[in-house]
Design a protein around this ligand. Structure first.
Ligand code: NDP
Ligand code: PYC
Length: 331
C-alpha cells in the first residue's frame, strides 16, 4: 500500500471504531509513521490494539486535552482519558517555546492512554534543534531482576539529538528485554521467542510467547534495565502525579486495554549552555557519530531512516492476516 492509502485506511478505521476526528488523525499519523519506518510492533498492527481499548471503554474517544503551565519551565496536558497523541500535539508548541526561553522545559502528559512508540515525539523535537528525552510506564508486565512477578511496565526511554543538516540521532527502546508488542506479534504468528525474554506463570524460562504474556517479561541487561525501569516508573508516575504500571493494570481491571497514565518529556535547548557556539559543539558530536560508523557499527535510527526512505518510494506491505483483521474493525 502507499503511505497515503494506509493513512486513509487508518483514519477511516479509527473513526469507524468511534474515535473523534482530531484523535483519529493524530493516532493514524503515529501508526503510519511506525509502519513506514519498519517498526511492525508499533505500526498499523496498533489499529487492533486501539480498537480494543475503544471497545473496552478504556479510552475516552472524544476527549479534549487541557493545557496548563504549572511553572515557567513546565507544561502539563491533561489528556482527559484520550489517546496520548493529541495531548502531545497540543502541548508540544508550548514545550518548545519554554525550552527556548529557559534553556530547558518539561511536558507532563497526564491521564492519557498510551499504545505507541516514543521516537516520533523526540524526533520532532530534535528536528527543531532541541535535545529531547521521553519516558512512560505501561502495565505491570515485567519482573524486576532477581524476581519473577510483574512490577514494572515495558517502560520505554527515548532520546533525540539534533544533527546539523541531517536526520536527528534517536534511540527508543523498552527497558524490558523487548517490547510486549513484539511478543504479541510472535504469538499471533505462532513463532517461538528467545528464552531470555520472560518466564511462564511458574517463573520458568520459556520460548512460548503466550506463556510469557501470561507470566512475566524480563528487563534488559539484568539489574541495569531493572533500575532504569524503576526510574521510568518514578519520573512518569509519582513525579507527575500519575499512575505506576501496577496502578495502570489495576485500573484496567481485566479489560485488556492499553496502559493508562502519564508520560514525561524533557526538552533542552543546546543554545542555553552554548550560546553562539552551538554549531561548533554539535560538530564535535558529529565526530563521535563518525567514530561509531567508521568502524562498521550502526547508529540507532539508521535502520528506521533507511526503512523510511524505502517506504516513501515503494510503499509498505501489510501481512494478509493482519489486513483482514483490520478490515473487520467497525464492521
Ligand atoms: P529494540 O530492542 O528493537 O530497540 C530499538 C532501538 O534500538 C531503536 O532505536 C533501534 O534503532 C536501536 N537498535 C536496534 N538494534 C540496533 C543495533 N544493532 N545498533 C544500533 N542501534 C540499534 O526496541 P524495543 O522492542 O525495546 O522497543 C520497540 C518500541 O516499542 C519502541 O519504539 C518503544 O517506544 C515502544 N514501546 C512503547 C511502550 C509504551 O508504553 N508506549 C512500551 C514499550 C515499548 P532502529 O529503529 O534504527 O533499529
Ligand atoms: O509494546 O510493550 C509494548 C507497549 C506497551 C504500550 C505500548 N507498547
Amino acid at each position: 500500500m502507499t503511505l497515503d492509502a494506509l493513512r486513509e485506511l487508518a483514519r477511516a478505521k479509527l473513526r469507524a471504531a468511534g474515535l473523534a476526528g482530531d484523535h483519529a488523525d493524530a493516532v493514524a499519523e503515529t501508526m503510519v509513521a511506525g509502519e513506514r519506518d519498519g517498526c511492525a510492533s508499533h505500526g498499523i498492527y496498533r489499529l487492533l490494539v486501539a480498537d480494543r481499548s475503544i471497545r473496552a471503554g478504556v479510552v475516552v474517544p472524544d476527549a479534549v486535552p487541557q493545557v496548563s503551565e504549572p511553572k515557567a519551565g513546565l507544561v502539563r496536558v491533561d489528556g482527559r482519558g484520550g489517546f496520548a497523541q493529541l495531548a502531545f500535539e497540543r502541548g508540544m508548541p508550548l514545550l518548545v517555546e519554554k525550552a527556548r526561553a529557559n534553556g530547558i522545559a518539561a511536558l507532563a502528559l497526564n491521564n492519557v492512554v498510551h499504545f505507541a512508540a516514543l521516537w516520533p515525539e523526540v524526533e520532532i523535537l530534535a528536528e527543531q534543534g532541541l535535545v529531547a528525552l521521553a519516558f512512560t510506564p505501561s502495565h505491570a508486565w515485567v519482573a524486576p531482576a532477581g524476581g519473577t512477578k510483574p512490577v514494572f511496565g515495558t517502560n520505554p526511554i527515548a532520546f533525540g539529538w539534533p544533527r546539523p543538516g541531517r536526520e536527528p540521532f534517536v534511540f527508543d527502546f523498552a527497558t524490558s528485554a523487548v517490547a510486549r508488542g513484539e511478543i504479541e506479534l510472535h504469538r499471533r504468528e505462532g513463532r517461538a521467542i528467545p528464552d531470555d525474554w520472560g518466564v511462564d506463570p511458574e517463573g520458568r524460562s520459556t520460548t512460548d510467547a503466550k506463556a510469557v504474556l501470561d507470566g512475566a517479561m524480563r528487563t534488559f541487561g539484568g539489574h541495569k534495565g531493572s533500575a532504569l525501569a524503576a526510574m521510568v516508573e518514578l519520573l512518569a508516575g509519582p513525579l507527575i502525579a500519575d499512575m505506576t504500571s501496577a496502578e495502570s493494570i489495576a485500573a484496567d481491571a481485566g479489560r485488556g486495554g492499553s496502559p493508562i497514565g502519564g508520560e514525561l518529556i524533557l526538552a533542552i535547548d543546546p543554545a542555553g549552555f552554548l550560546g553562539d557556539a552551538v554549531q561548533a559543539h554539535l560538530e564535535r558530536a558529529e565526530a563521535m557519530f563518525a567514530a561509531i560508523e567508521g568502524q562498521g557499527a550502526r547508529l540507532p535510527s539508521q535502520r528506521r531512516y533507511a526503512a523510511r526512505a524505502r517506504s516513501l518510494t515503494e510503499g509498505v506491505t501489510i501481512p494478509s492476516a493482519l489486513y483482514a483483521d483490520i478490515m473487520a474493525i467497525g464492521v
